[in-house]
Ligand binder design. Structure first.
Ligand SMILES: [Zn+2]
Length: 235
């Protein structure tokens, strides 16, 4: 067994990541279970929507469990429409939208932890997408902490969300995206999440610019990429 420890701020060689991902998804687990966790509707899409679109093409047998932990009635409806759009080609998908009070996650952490404990009994993930451990938003941070707290022997990738607080760092795992995936991701998000359009940050330029910058960092052939924080890879 080889264990590779990735440290924040240090890039894991992309060829190595490709080998690891290929090993894990195509050979060891041809039908991987992928768990997507987001504190709010639209988090998963913004953080890893392009990677999910790419995975659906490259690993069509993947099975998804998509969990959103909060949302008003309108936002929940948007979340459902969005999952249908992003996972249109998925062989199997399950969605769970919880109703925990937005912005108060650290104060109701016990209830959310109970939800994680239940989740653990319902799905055995091969790959988990969750929030960045050092995300400046308290709800995001709690979901990340509980992910690591609950799933002790799993492959976890932490995605990033641009925001006013300016918490972007140096992710160490980059996923190159085609121009088609970039366009699809942005157009899906912008067309579905109508309730967010009054927010100053919510526009196609925000979403495209971070993908372009991460593409620069990994010399992406298409110029675009999503990036993640990976604490640990075990192969
Ligand atoms: Zn959020």
């Amino acid at each position: 067994m080889v264990m590779l420890l990735g440290k924040y701020g240090r890039k894991i060689k992309s060829c190595l990541v490709k080998k690891v991902l290929k090993f894990r998804f195509f050979e060891e687990t041809p039908e991987p279970n992928i768990l997507c966790l987001g504190a709010h509707p639209d988090d998963i899409e913004i953080g890893c929507g392009g990677t999910i679109l790419r995975l659906l093409e490259e690993v069509p047998e993947a099975q998804f469990f998509w969990v959103v932990f909060s949302g008003s009635q309108n936002r929940c409806e948007e979340a459902r429409q969005s999952v249908d759009l992003f996972l249109k080609e998925a062989k199997s998908k399950k969605i769970d939208i919880e109703q925990f009070r937005e912005s108060y996650f650290p104060f109701i952490g016990g209830q959310i932890k109970d939800c994680f404990e239940k989740l653990k009994t319902e799905f055995a993930p091969d790959l988990i997408f969750t929030h960045y451990t050092n995300d400046a938003h308290q709800d995001h941070r709690l979901i990340s902490n509980l992910t690591w707290n609950t799933f002790r022997d799993h492959f976890i990738l932490e995605y990033e969300i641009p925001k006013y607080e300016g918490d972007l760092g140096s992710p160490n795992l980059h996923v190159c995206l085609s121009e088609t995936h970039v366009t699809q991701k942005i157009s899906h998000i912008y067309s579905i999440f109508q309730t967010q359009k009054e927010k100053q940050w919510f526009d196609p330029e925000t979403f495209r610019s971070i993908l372009r910058l991460r593409g620069v960092e990994c010399n992406s052939p298409s110029r675009f990429a999503e990036a993640f924080y990976c604490h640990k890879i075990v192969v």
